[in-house]
Design a protein around this ligand. Structure first.
Ligand code: MF3
Ligand code: CO
Length: 254
């Protein structure tokens, strides 16, 4: 079921999304060679708690046998696509790190992600990051009233593939707000003009995950970390957006 949010709910999602965006900017300023992903996790959680909010990913369960997610954020380095668990790994110059933050405040959620360079990176990784971020904005442009969900998907896929990269098939964007993950599912590939119709009052998370090489992914034995099977780098950008007055409004901005 796709929820249409009331004015009051939208204000709460706006507030959670603002905290998400501020947390991501704070993390971005702290990314440098020598810092561990656990330190980034701590910085994020402290900031979220200081805003009377909680880190929405912590304790999250996918169901089945997997363990509850242990981190406040996801920190996914190089070939790690998403859901990298923060730990003692030290960031090194030349890596790229995808940081994903979810916040719950007063019962409502915001969710966003970005990929950051650690010092100087290769031209190839730079282009991967640029194309992934641009594909997110092209997807957002399609999030207008009476368009279909797969208009977003097709816009993302077309741009990514025209640039020689591939979109991950096994993970999708999603509705967000009353829950971290709601309907509709928003794939990053698909056929224009298909899928559920977009309406005013919907809040959705659009999140292209783009691989430098092939699109296949697998999950590590920790039950969470998703990596590109070919071992090549991957990037991830995400925003929570609201469809209002027929148009997309990005909520996860500072
Ligand atoms: N933004 C990611 C998603 O929508 C983060 C989920 S991490 C989890 O899937 F731990 F909460 F699952
Ligand atoms: Co998400």
């Amino acid at each position: 079921m796709i929820y249409i949010k009331t004015k009051k709910e939208i204000d709460l999602i706006r507030e959670s999304s603002r905290i998400v965006a501020e947390t991501l900017q704070l993390l971005k300023r702290n990314v440098r060679p020598g810092i561990t992903t656990k330190e980034l996790d701590q910085i994020a959680e402290d900031y979220i708690l200081s805003n009377n909010a909680i880190a929405a990913f912590k304790g999250y369960s996918q169901g089945g046998s997997s363990i509850d997610y242990p981190g406040a954020i996801c920190a996914s380095i190089d070939e790690q696509v998403v859901h990298g668990i923060p730990g003692n790994r030290v960031l090194k110059e030349g890596e790229i790190i995808s940081l994903d933050v979810g916040v719950k405040k007063d019962g409502y959620y915001g969710d966003a992600a970005l990929t950051v360079a650690v010092g100087n990176i290769s031209e190839e990784k730079r282009k991967l990051m640029e194309v992934t971020e641009k594909s997110l904005y092209l997807g957002i442009e399609q999030a207008i009233e009476n368009n279909k969900v797969h208009d977003i998907s097709a816009a993302v896929q077309e741009y990514v593939e025209a640039n020689g990269f591939s979109v991950v098939r096994d993970l999708c964007g999603h509705g967000v707000g009353k829950h971290l993950h709601e309907d509709p599912s928003i794939p990053n590939f698909g056929k224009q003009g298909t899928g559920p119709k977009l309406k005013n009052g919907m809040t959705i998370a659009i999140e292209p995950m783009v691989n430098l090489g092939r699109y296949e992914v697998k999950t590590l034995f920790d039950g969470w970390t998703v990596i590109a099977t070919d071992g090549l780098a991957s990037a991830h950008f995400e925003h929570t957006i609201l469809i209002f007055n027929g148009q997309p409004e990005i909520l996860t901005v500072v």
